[in-house]
Write a protein that binds this ligand. Structure first.
Ligand SMILES: Nc1ncnc2c1ncn2[C@@H]1O[C@H](COP(=O)(O)OP(=O)(O)OP(=O)(O)O)[C@@H](O)[C@H]1O
Ligand SMILES: [Mg+2]
Length: 358
């Protein structure tokens, strides 16, 4: 059975002077998992990854791998390997020599080395390109070489720091799928750093969302989307409408609310709230219904169409209401006959929102 705490990060902090780059982080990563660290620039992702690699020592806390303490092991003795954002491959060497560099300390017989390199070339889909000079490769191919060089050592854990961010959008999306398939085929635990939420949602089994050195939530992509645990996570993952509200009555999971712009409203699935509590009603754009579809909803109001953005298979409608500082964003079918400036009913079901208190 794969261990649930294969990598165990226990109350780890890293201070640079008085700045806590990583602030009391505890989390467990499963064996064979594709785990992502997601958060805005400067939130401590690289610092946490570098502590796993052994390039940085925690100021406090402990890290175990497969039940053994990692902290006192120097980087080159850890069963981890790192792939960086910049390709970090040697321009004066060919592809084969670049990949073999990963095994330079192992003194393998020439024949075995050759075989391992060929296997690694196949794995990253560079079969037949071993003799190519590193300078004659595209960005995507260079990143594959870096990946092959890291994988050829057969590490237990591969650490990847924004490895796709230098690639253009289309290539990046192709590589996301490929990298995911590669990870599944080799079964190595991947810890992947990105500030791109779409990338994290596409690739990961689970994601830790970070902000200001702290981990706010660890969950699967679906859970992060459906059940964000705070306003920061809700706003960072895809798009979300936030409406200030007050609880007027709480009855188990069902609450009555006074919601800005909507007035009296009903919501379900919110435990632990009491009358008088201030909450934020968080609604995904596809949970808001327009026109006749709004008629069947218990919570409704009328708003003005400010803009309609055509997106091919659907459109984004921006709705204005005098009580709201920001327009509401609604996803609607493209055939809806919404005109800029027209008035439209908008509504939501009792089970549509997430009610957030932090
Ligand atoms: N060697 C260092 N000395 C001083 N401060 C540092 C050092 N390394 C990182 N920091 C600070 O620690 C914080 C976290 O940095 P880190 O590089 O881990 O962020 P990040 O999430 O990887 O950001 P990015 O997405 O921009 O790569 C930042 O405030 C950064 O300025
Ligand atoms: Mg970084």
């Amino acid at each position: 059975m794969a261990r649930a705490d294969y990598i165990s990060i226990k109350d780890v902090s890293k201070l640079f002077g008085s700045v806590a780059a990583v602030d009391q982080v505890s989390l467990d990563i499963r064996q064979g998992e594709f785990f992502s660290l997601l958060g805005p620039s400067g939130c401590g992702k690289t610092t946490l990854l570098r502590m796993l690699a052994g390039f940085e020592q925690p100021t406090r806390g402990a890290i175990d791998l497969d039940g053994e303490p990692l902290i006192d092991k120097p980087a080159h003795l850890r069963p981890t390997n790192m792939v960086f954002q910049s390709y970090a491959i040697f321009p004066h060497l060919n592809v084969r020599a670049n990949i073999a560099y990963g095994l330079r300390k192992q003194r393998l017989p020439r024949k075995d080395l050759r075989q391992r390199v060929e296997e690694a070339l196949d794995l990253v889909k560079l079969t037949g390109l071993g003799d190519r000079q590193a300078t004659q490769l595209s960005g995507g191919q260079k990143q594959r070489v870096a990946l092959a060089r890291a994988l050829i050592k057969r590490p237990k854990v591969l650490l990847l720091d924004e490895p796709l961010s230098a690639l253009d959008k289309k290539l990046r999306e192709e590589m996301q799928i490929e990298l995911r398939l590669l990870q599944q085929s080799v079964g190595i635990t991947f810890v992947f750093v990105t500030h791109d939420q779409e990338e994290a949602l596409t690739m990961s089994d689970r994601i830790a969302v970070m902000s200001l050195g702290k981990v706010l939530q660890v969950a699967s992509p679906g859970e992060l989307y459906e059940r964000p645990n705070c306003i920061t996570v809700a706003g960072f993952i895809c798009q979300m409408n936030f409406l200030p509200a007050r609880v007027t009555q709480a009855n188990g999971n069902a609450v009555s609310l006074d919601v800005k712009a909507f007035g009296a409203a009903q919501a379900s699935g919110a435990a632990g709230l009491a009358s008088g509590n201030e909450v934020t009603v968080a609604l995904r754009p596809e949970k808001l219904k327009l026109g006749s579809a709004a008629g069947a909803m218990p919570n409704r109001m009328e708003a003005t169409v400010e803009a309609v953005a055509y997106l091919g298979d659907r459109c984004h409608v921006h709705l204005r209401h005098p009580a709201l500082d920001k327009p509401l964003l609604v996803t609607a079918p493209t055939d809806s006959t919404l005109r800029q400036g027209s008035r439209v009913p908008v509504g939501w079901a009792a089970d549509a929102p997430v009610l957030l208190t932090a």
